[in-house]
Ligand binder design. Structure first.
Ligand SMILES: C[S@@+](CC[C@H](N)C(=O)[O-])C[C@H]1O[C@@H](n2cnc3c(N)ncnc32)[C@H](O)[C@@H]1O
Length: 250
């Protein structure tokens, strides 16, 4: 007889309920070097794109809403650039009356975040593997969201790369359209230049957001008690973090 109780092997997590993919993240790219050729791009065997093209996660619905994603009418909050999903996996448990959707462009992180949510067993959070920008432009109904969260977006330091920033003129307009009146836009970063540029841009292109409201740092009670992984990293390295939220007024 074994001295220790024999453990049942861990079941692999079924991510199908938690992860949706866009056409692009499914790997249906066309060859870009020769636009006249209709050949699908060949991926390096074993590369992330190659693996993706063989996965069968469900498609993102044409409209992103609580009804289409969760089959209910609870308020919906979207996080752009969820990374490894710490915010979503904590927040969906803290606020069971709200639905949460994370959009993450890097498939391996989207999958990681979906697995983190799946482990909580929560039914009110999902991940999309894909680019948030076109999804906001064409699939999120106007005035439908309770909140948009952007935490520690990639800084794109070089001036000529600034347009690649996740918070830019186009996305600010999209967030403004997508939020209901009274809805919130949370923006945290450790890059002072990004912080200041965002405040300036919002004042110019979305005065409906009113003035920025400072958000306070919360004391953490355990190792993963931070808003996101990047907040944890910044605070543990004594890097200042700039936190604001806006509330759409009209
Ligand atoms: C610096 S990380 C921060 C991750 C997380 N928010 C945190 O604070 O720990 C920025 C994330 O945004 C993702 N991202 C960048 N552009 C994106 C886009 N257009 N749509 C969705 N995700 C994007 C990146 O892949 C990356 O995971």
């Amino acid at each position: 007889m074994p001295r220790r109780q024999v453990r049942t092997p861990k079941q692999p997590l079924d991510l199908n309920r938690y992860l949706l993919v866009t056409d692009r993240s499914r790997g249906e790219f066309v060859e870009t070097e020769d636009p006249d050729s209709a050949q699908p791009r060949r991926f390096q065997p074993g590369s992330e794109e190659d693996v993706l093209s063989q996965e069968t996660f469900p498609d993102v619905p044409q409209t992103l809403s609580s009804q289409t994603l969760f089959g209910d009418d609870r308020p919906l909050e979207i996080e752009v650039g969820s990374g490894k999903g710490l915010f979503l996996s904590n927040e969906c448990q803290r606020c069971p009356e709200t639905n949460f959707l994370g959009i993450e462009i890097m498939h391996k992180y989207a999958k990681h975040a979906a697995a983190r949510i799946a482990k909580t067993g929560a039914e009110n959070a999902r991940m999309i593997s894909g680019n948030a920008e076109p999804l906001f432009r064409s699939r999120v109904p106007n005035g439908s969201l309770e909140a948009v969260h952007v935490y520690f977006p990639d800084p794109w330091w070089k001036k000529r790369h600034r347009k690649r920033r996740v918070v830019n003129e186009t996305s600010i307009r999209s967030f403004r359209e997508a939020l209901r009146i009274g809805g919130r836009f949370h923006f945290w970063t450790d890059v002072l230049d990004y912080f200041e540029a965002t405040i300036e841009l919002i004042a110019q292109v979305a005065p409906e957001f009113g003035v920025p409201i400072p958000e306070e740092k919360q004391d953490s009670t355990h190792d993963l008690d931070y808003r996101t992984h990047f907040e944890r990293r910044s605070r543990q390295n004594q890097i200042p973090v700039y936190r604001i939220r806006y509330e759409k007024r009209r």
